[in-house]
Every structure is written in structure tokens, then in C-alpha cells.
Design a protein around this ligand. Sequence first.
Ligand code: SAM
Length: 286
Amino acid sequence: MSTILKETRLIMNQYHIKANKSLGQNFLIREEVIEAMIDSSQIKKEDLVIEIGPGLGTLTKNLLKKAGKVICIELDKNMINILENRFSNEDNFEILNQDVLKVDLKNLIETKKNTGEIKDVKIVANLPYYITTPIIMKLLEEELPLQSITVMIQKEVADRLIAIPGEKETGSITYSVYYYAEAQDIVEVPKESFIPEPEVTSKVIKLTIRKEPPVNIKQKDTMFHIIKCAFMQRRKTLLNALVNTKVFSSKQEGIKILEQLDLDTNIRPEKLKLEDYANIAKLTHK
Ligand code: SAM
């Protein structure tokens, strides 16, 4: 039995813990996966690492050895007790008993950065899968001063997030991730790497936040609104989807705009580059 598995079982027995399914609790028990997450996030002593959902603290233990400061955000009070007992002696450890979706991360990061001890801020987490997308969108859309986000998520979602727009797995979220970050596929993680086993295969991905967006657009909100409309009706052509959702005031206007941009009038939403959506936004923005 691996050391991590033994340690996990021991802690669970000691504290009478049963994984809470509704909180997405699947505890990591594979050393190699933890190493891959730590190595790919390239943590330095002057980094602040924010860990979302530390659970029993398996990843936390390794993060504390590498980072200048680790702030854990955990919703489950039972976990807080365990984490405090395990790590409160470490002076770079801090914990918040909160729902990550409700935390004012901008303010939290600013406060830590103002101490002058922190240079870069990184997110490292084995995310609760029931809220993967809202967490990632919060981290990106709030335009936090992050350097990178290294997370374990469901493989199916991971493949959509890291696709280059236009590739097979493209969904509307692909464009958002691509706008804010460069994505990397780190490692695929089988179900047996957790207790209890999740229902799906997982993947670790790394998003490195871009310093400049890949398209230059003032009407960013319009562009993302158009992308959302395009994918609301996935089996439709882009033209029909954007006419139905009133992005184009008429079919004639839509055809004119698509022809102006050298796009086939029968093109499907997932075939467009981000730049194409940016151009449609510029032409339709009133
Ligand atoms: N990091 C641990 C590991 O790798 O073994 C546990 C990961 S487990 C997949 C997800 C963790 O997120 C759980 O500890 C769960 O309690 C916590 N969690 C669930 N919802 C949360 C939320 N809204 N905010 C913060 N933490 C949450």
C-alpha cells in the first residue's frame, strides 16, 4: 500500500471521515500525480499559492514545502479541523472556511501582495467537479493578478478547455479560456488515483495567464455574448443561430457580415477562430 493511501486511510479513520459526495470529495492517493501537479506549477519561495478545496491536505503538505505562502479555501468544516491540526505549526499556512465562489479573491491577493513578500500568485487545486466551470470562469473573468492555474478536473471538461478554437472539442468556454490563458495538457489521471473513485477519468491542466489577449477588441463583452448565442443552438449554422438570437437583425445582414469577413455562410459555430468572433463583434456592435 502506498504511503499516501496509508496516510489518507489513517486520517479518515482517526477523524471518522466519510467522503461527502455532494461536495465533490475524491481524495488523491497517487504520489506521481501530486508530483506532476507540483512540478508543472513551478512553485517558488516568493509565490503565493491558493489551493481550492484542500480536503485532507495531501496536496497542501507538498505545497507548503515549496511556496512562500499557501492559502487554502475549504468549504467543509470537518476538513478545516483536520487541516488546522496538521498544519497550523507551519508559518506559511493559512486557511479560510468559505465557499470559493463567494471569496473576494482580488482583495485577498492585493492584501497579500501589499506585504511585499509575494511576487507571483498561482492556483493549484484538485477541484470539486460539481463546480469546475464556475470556479475556472471566476478565476479568469475577475482578471485576477494570477500567473497560472494548475488544476485537476474531469477529462471531458479539460479537453474542451484546452482545445484551440476550431478544433474538434471546441465549445463556447474554449474561446474564453483561450482569450485569457495559454493552456497545457499535463497528465491524464485514472479513476483509481482517488478514494473514493470518481465516476469519470480526470486530467491535470495548466493555464498560464496571458499578459496580452490574443485579439485586440474593445467590445469584449459583445464578443463573448455572440459566442454564447452561437453555441446556444449548436446544431444550427452560425448564421441561423445568430439570426435566431437577434445578434444579426436579419438573415440578409448576417450573410453580408459573413461574406465581408470571408466566412462561409454555412459555417458551424465551432469552426470559427476567436478573431472571427472579434470581427463579428466589431461589425455588429451598435
Ligand atoms: N485536495 C484534496 C485532494 O486532492 O485529495 C481534496 C480534493 S476534492 C476533489 C475537492 C475538495 O473541495 C473537497 O475537500 C471539498 O470539500 C472542497 N469543496 C467543495 N466545494 C467547495 C467550495 N464551494 N469551496 C471550497 N471548497 C470546496
